[in-house]
Write a protein that binds this ligand. Structure first.
Ligand SMILES: [Fe+2]
Length: 267
């Protein structure tokens, strides 16, 4: 655990933490989350990223993390949670609802077959080892479909009159949210860095619920950017640097206002 990062977090007295995945490798996310839960006094909402599954299988990793959350009341693995109301302490009414999904670069955007990108995921995540390129694509699409199906179910779990929704996910749901050095992903990178199937679910929900303001928070690309595909749907992609945990931004939710500020200077 990077103690400097931890003390920066605690010095800001947050009412909650949102962690967008790629926490650690080799099962290390468990130790990070345990230490974080023991060192802070606020709810910790998180999803997992592809690195969190390295040297393990997807199913076993998720099982271990779900079990951990049963032991720590502050830990909430959003992939395993229905919509969570974020309550205004003054009147006990929800200020917004929070949902989340790991998501995967699901091979549905860009040109998978001709991409030159070779992810370490395929050698490091047990489910992908020994698969042909064709089978890898099938598995990526299946993982993305499962994320999209769970996300759709979670959207149904929030009350009809919800007018603010926060969605935490690891993989950008749209090509236009897949930032790298100020540009969005091309045909080579999109298959692995965009979860097109969760994007379809989010876009459909936003179009069907024009009075609901939707904020999507994601990562995976390591580079920062913001995009607004629809008037009520905005996506913030947070920056990150391997081995240097940082605070990508802050979200302030008040009764009449909700603002997101991305931090360009990483902590
Ligand atoms: Fe990632």
């Amino acid at each position: 655990m990077q103690e400097r990062w931890l003390s920066l977090i605690t010095s800001q007295s947050p009412t909650g933490l949102l962690i967008g995945g790629d926490i650690a490798e080799r099962g290390g996310a468990i130790q990070w989350l345990q230490h974080l839960a023991q060192s802070t006094n606020c709810p910790i909402y998180f999803v997992l990223g592809n690195h969190d599954f390295y040297d393990q299988s997807v199913r076993i990793t998720r099982q271990n993390v779900v079990r951990l959350c049963r032991e720590h009341e502050h830990l909430h693995y959003l992939t395993d949670c229905a919509g969570i109301p974020l309550i205004d302490t003054s009147d006990r009414k929800p200020l917004a609802y929070l949902i989340g999904e790991d998501a995967w670069g699901d091979g549905t955007c860009g040109n998978f077959e001709n991409s030159f990108v070779k992810l370490a995921d395929f050698a490091r995540i047990l489910d992908f080892k020994s698969l042909t390129n064709e089978k890898r694509k099938e598995l990526l699409q299946e993982l993305g479909r499962h994320s999209a199906e769970r996300l759709a179910a979670k959207l149904l779990s929030v009350p009809n009159n919800t007018n603010r929704l926060i969605v935490l996910t690891h993989v950008p749901p749209f090509v236009e949210a897949c930032w790298y050095e100020g540009k969005t992903a091309d045909e080579n990178w999109s298959p692995y860095f965009v979860c097109g199937q969760t994007g379809v679910v989010l876009r459909n929900f936003a179009q069907a619920n024009p009075n609901c303001q939707i904020v999507v928070l994601c990562g995976h690309t390591h580079h920062q950017g913001t995009t607004q595909p629809l008037s009520n749907l905005v996506v913030y992609t947070g920056a990150s640097e391997i081995g240097h945990p940082s605070i990508a931004g802050s979200l302030v939710i008040q009764k009449h206002r909700m603002t997101t500020e991305m931090h360009s200077d990483r902590a």
